[in-house]
Write a protein that binds this ligand. Structure first.
Ligand SMILES: *[C@@H]1O[C@H](CO)[C@@H](O)[C@H](O)[C@H]1NC(C)=O
Ligand SMILES: *[C@@H]1O[C@H](CO)[C@@H](O)[C@H](O)[C@H]1NC(C)=O
Ligand SMILES: *[C@@H]1O[C@H](CO)[C@@H](O)[C@H](O)[C@H]1NC(C)=O
Ligand SMILES: [Zn+2]
Length: 371
């Protein structure tokens, strides 16, 4: 992920007026810009980041390769999304020389809570990582597979006020990560987005959306199945403050849509054809995989209300998502319990998890009755 430069520049732009404040802000923007002096090749490349940024050599870095046979399966509390289906008043797309990022001004600031998180996390920006061709580009890998692109939606913990101060706290940020896969057809939700890339080819160019998309329109539908682990920013200063939430269901874009990202230029005017960091050692970390599978095993899903069988309904993004996803597909698709990539069954379930699942189901039933 990229740092919080956008916010700072925005703050600098909108403050105007008082000269002193303006120049202090300009100074801080300058020094931050210098702190962002990194690249993906040669002397500025990832293997040199540690020379200037100590954290980049830390033991809990991102990205990682996630081995789906090595994850701990869990039933976490539901993720709670707020404001994801609200179209912002104003949305900008900016090329910062490392990626394109999206900032938005919305009546309802999107937040996420629940799942592995404690506390409420507020939207900061979203951006992308991609590669020279469709065979690679994502940062995290699943079973040594790289996807052609990855979306990072960055949130800071609300009590830390903004993304920059959040960097000083181990639970400062969470990133909702989505992988992309190539589909034959264009994704219409990304149409204006892709068009605007042509307006921000050069570093530090910005463009405004005519019809700002809601977050919901830019992400996948299944928000129940995800990997989660503690890691870092994937760009300098590589701060180890990020709770990563990597959703299993990819977003679909056509080859031409992904190709449009590769036409962007970095600060030196060179094509920004790749901007992903190589995977880092997992070390002593355990990756969790959130699933509804254990709930199926205790066979309580028949007691859920009928609408629970319909899968995740993203129209209900303001309600605890998990309730909508519980029990989905279990009847239709017996292979659902196997990982799509290797077909191996998930490891067996212990009694504590069964007890937890039963409790989660009871909680969900309770929630669906009070709705
Ligand atoms: C979008 O860009 C305009 C012009 O640079 C700026 O005034 C505005 O604050 C930006 N808004 C957001 C949400 O980034
Ligand atoms: C993708 O790029 C890599 C690295 O440049 C190259 O080795 C590989 O052959 C390319 N694959 C395709 C399908 O173009
Ligand atoms: C994007 O570029 C096109 C073509 O140059 C121009 O007509 C359009 O106004 C630009 N849009 C924005 C939002 O900058
Ligand atoms: Zn990123």
């Amino acid at each position: 992920m990229a740092g919080a430069g956008g916010k700072t520049r925005q703050a600098a732009r909108s403050s105007g007026g008082v000269m002193l404040i303006a120049s202090i802000l300009v100074l801080s923007v300058r020094s931050f810009a210098r702190a962002q002096d990194f690249g993906y090749d040669g002397a500025k490349g990832p293997s040199h980041w540690g020379e200037q940024y100590n954290s980049c050599t830390g033991k809990h870095q991102s990205p990682i390769n996630i081995n789906s046979l090595d994850v701990k399966k869990v039933n976490l509390p539901p993720l709670v999304f707020h404001g994801f289906d609200v179209a912002p008043k104003e949305t900008n797309l900016t090329n910062n020389g490392h990626t394109v990022f999206v900032t938005m001004d919305s009546e309802v600031t999107p937040t996420v809570a629940g799942g592995p998180l404690s506390g409420v996390y507020e939207y900061s920006q979203l951006h992308f990582h991609w590669g020279d061709n469709d065979t690679f580009g994502s940062e995290d890998m699943i079973d040594n597979h790289r996807f052609p692109m990855e979306l990072h939606i960055v949130f800071f913990k609300q009590e830390y006020q903004n993304a920059r101060t959040a960097l000083n706290h181990p639970d400062g940020l969470t990133v909702l990560a989505f992988f992309f896969e190539i589909a034959p057809e264009d994704n219409p939700m990304y149409a204006e987005f892709i068009e605007l890339l042509g307006n921000v080819t050069e570093s530090h160019q910005s463009a405004r959306f005519d019809v700002p998309p809601s977050l919901k329109e830019l992400i996948a539908e299944d928000l129940l199945h995800y990997y989660t682990y503690d890691g870092s920013l994937t760009t300098p200063p590589c701060s180890e403050v990020v709770t990563w939430i990597d959703f299993k269901e990819p977003i679909l874009l056509s080859h031409a849509q992904v190709q449009a990202f590769r036409a962007l230029q970095d600060e030196e005017g060179h094509p920004l054809t790749h901007n992903f960091r190589p995977v880092q050692p997992l070390g002593d970390r355990v990756v969790l995989f959130n699933t509804d599978e254990m709930i199926k095993e205790v066979d309580l899903d028949k007691d859920l209300p009928p609408e629970a069988g319909e899968g995740v309904d993203t129209n209900k993004l303001d309600t605890p998502i998990k309730a909508a996803g519980v029990g989905s597909q279990s009847a239709k698709d017996p292979n659902d319990r196997k990982h799509p990539r290797n077909g191996a069954p998930f490891p067996s379930v212990n009694h504590w998890s069964l007890l937890t699942s039963a409790m989660v189901v009871v909680t969900l039933l309770f929630q669906s009755t009070i709705e």
